[in-house]
Design a protein around this ligand. Structure first.
Ligand code: F6R
Length: 611
């Protein structure tokens, strides 16, 4: 949800900023802009992608060793050149880039208009630029103080980089709600919304906390709170390789991330499953384990794909650990006055760790004094900071906007938690405990086998690429997989798709079935196999096209379905991790065949830091 980059140092800022913006483009891609600073501010903004900006700036003066850039996902004001960032204040004293939302911008704007300010754009960010300038000019104070005072008047979320042309050799960075990382070089600093633009320059970083303001000169960084208290910056080392944020020969990040899953799942259980497969150890949960074991109820919160992983978690915790579970959309949970008990355990799931609704739901759960745990991928993001304890998924950076390896990593963590809790609560025997651990560790190899069928998935994709609607059906653990399959298809190929529990088909969706409707059915061998076979027959009786995901060697369904996609035989508890793979690849190929922008689907952004 908008990416920002800043640079101050000895090098030319422009190429550093542009390459940073390209790395952050997954956060928003409807317009972008850049400013470089020497004696003048040189601001260039363009609707469209960073490549459009680059083309536009081709013959222009971009000199300067200080600068900042922005790639936008529009909140206030349509995507166009004027609403693109950076925004300059009315009298040109300040230029800023912003990620987040100023909620009280309309009131602030009115007050500034009454004091003679007028506005070029429809953005909340321009209001902030003018507010800072107004306070600066009125108080005849330093830029740093003006920024601090202005931010005390702001309600909302921000990651900001600001320059004052009268104090040109410094950048001011501030954070509340929207992430900011500062990379430390030699007499140079790099600022960005996440670490991906920084890693090629340095691996020493400072993560800003909420209400932190950093004043950054080439050779010095001063960190303070918004109340002007000085802080000692905590320098951390990035554990991220450049290869992890490159496509490495794949056509798209999404494809690379799908194929990475055997490795990323192993990274998720590395150090957590003993080498002899005798136990699961989740270091991040050690301190809170007694409370978790006694939990009367688990509430799982998340959005989108993370919510789907949470639904798999519901089946896992109830099936294996016998704890009642509720799974909630974070956005609904936060606004519906939910009943939360002190002995509830709330698990927030988020790839980015920055999703605004999930963060707000966490605050609510904390107010109610529940134990709040996080399952997140991005190390150092907001959710792990806000939760009492948690488990990182360690899937590595996920750059494709459609989530793939994050989902399987989240389900892997939930599976480990459920197995561990089952053992600790005595709801599974030691033999079952050891068997489930073993079954989980077999999954990466089985995903490798599944990935080998990619050419066949491509062929199936070519048959259904022109569909206008699709149904996805599954039961039990596979109902959330059906939802996830439908989400993957609609978000990247713009084909309307719905996921249902297979038995619900008869309560409405069956009316949609005709010879043009592909129905993707998960029909692997488990206790509902016979029921799902009946569902397939019902679809065939209405001339629907059935594409069934089946257990290797299943000839029964092969004789009924139009196509079968085989996955290796596995324990039903872990089979969701396999059955999602064909859906990811089918969606990917269909989207490519429809000429859709797979990694940056329209209207979407990777991390949704606004409500
Ligand atoms: C779908 C997708 C989104 C995210 C959702 C939550 O492919 O990526 O639905 O799952 O926006 O994001 P996180 O997990 O970062 O909280």
């Amino acid at each position: 949800m908008c990416g920002i980059v800043g640079y101050i140092g000895k090098q030319q800022a422009f190429p550093i900023i542009i390459s940073g913006l390209k790395r952050l483009e997954y956060r928003g891609y409807d317009s972008s802009g850049v400013v470089t600073i020497d004696e003048n501010l040189k601001v260039y903004k363009k609707k469209g992608k960073v490549s459009d900006l680059l083309e536009f700036v081709k013959d222009k003066d971009t000199k300067g060793t200080i600068g900042m850039g922005h790639t936008r996902w529009a909140t206030h004001g349509e995507p166009n050149n004027v609403n693109a960032h950076p925004h300059t204040s009315q009298n040109g004293h300040f230029v800023i880039v912003h990620n987040g939302i100023i909620e009280n911008y309309a009131r602030l704007k009115k007050r500034l208009e009454a004091r003679g300010y007028s506005f070029k754009s429809e953005t909340d960010t321009e209001v902030l630029a003018n507010l800072i300038e107004y306070i600066y000019l009125k108080g005849k104070i330093s830029a740093e103080i003006a920024v601090r005072l202005a931010l005390t008047k702001v309600i909302g979320a921000y990651g900001l980089v600001i320059n004052c042309i009268n104090e040109p050799d410094q950048l001011i960075a501030a954070r509340k709600g929207s992430p900011l990382v500062i990379g430390i070089g030699e007499d140079e600093y790099f600022i960005a919304s996440d670490a991906t633009p920084i890693i090629e320059h340095t691996n020493s970083v400072i993560y800003l906390n909420n209400d932190n303001i950093a004043v950054i000169k080439r050779d010095q960084l001063t960190l303070k709170t918004i109340d002007d208290d000085k802080l000692i910056p905590k320098v951390q080392k990035l554990n991220l390789g450049i290869g992890e944020i490159e496509k490495n020969g794949y056509d798209h990040f999404m494809l690379k991330e799908i194929f990475e899953q055997p490795r990323s799942i192993m990274d998720t259980f590395r150090g957590r499953i003993a080498a002899d497969l005798s136990e699961i150890r989740l270091g991040g949960l050690l301190d809170i384990m007694p409370k978790l074991i006694k939990a009367k109820r688990i509430i799982i919160i998340g959005c989108g794909t993370s919510w789907h992983a949470g639904l798999v978690g519901e089946y896992l915790f109830e099936d294996i650990s016998r704890i009642p579970v509720e799974v909630e959309y974070a956005s609904e949970f936060r606004y519906r006055n939910p009943v939360i008990y002190e002995d509830d355990v709330v698990i927030a799931i988020s790839q980015s760790g920055e999703t605004a609704d999930t963060l707000a739901a966490i605050s609510l759960a904390k107010e109610a004094k529940a134990l709040v745990l996080g399952i997140c991928n991005v190390v150092g993001s907001s959710i792990p900071r806000e939760t009492d304890a948690g488990v990182y998924t360690h899937a590595g950076p996920e750059i494709g906007v459609a989530s793939t390896k994050a989902f399987t990593a989240q389900v892997t963590v939930l599976t480990m938690m459920a197995i561990l809790l089952g053992k600790e609560r005595g709801t599974i025997t030691n033999e079952e405990y050891l068997n489930l651990i073993k079954e989980l560790t077999y999954i990466p190899e089985k995903i490798k086998t599944t990935l080998k069928h990619d050419d066949y998935y491509k062929h199936i994709a070519s048959l259904y690429k022109n569909a206008t609607n699709a149904l996805y059906l599954g039961r039990g653990y596979f109902f959330p997989v059906a939802l996830e399959g439908a989400l993957k298809l609609k978000e990247i190929s713009y084909i309307h798709a719905e996921g249902y529990p297979a038995a619900e088909m008869k309560h409405g969706p069956i009316a949609l079935i005709d010879e043009n409707m592909p129905v993707f059915v998960i029909a692997t061998k488990d206790k509902s196999y016979d029921k799902i076979v009946s569902n397939i027959q019902e679809i065939k009786a209405r001339n629907g096209k059935v594409i069934a995901i089946v257990t290797e060697g299943d000839t029964n369904i092969k004789s009924m379905a139009n196509h079968v996609l085989e996955v290796p035989n596995a324990h039903p508890v872990v089979t969701a991790l396999l059955t999602v793979i064909p859906f990811q690849l089918l969606s990917y190929h269909i989207a490519v065949m429809r000429n859709c922008n797979v990694d940056q689907p329209r209207n979407l952004a990777k991390s949704v830091t606004v409500e």
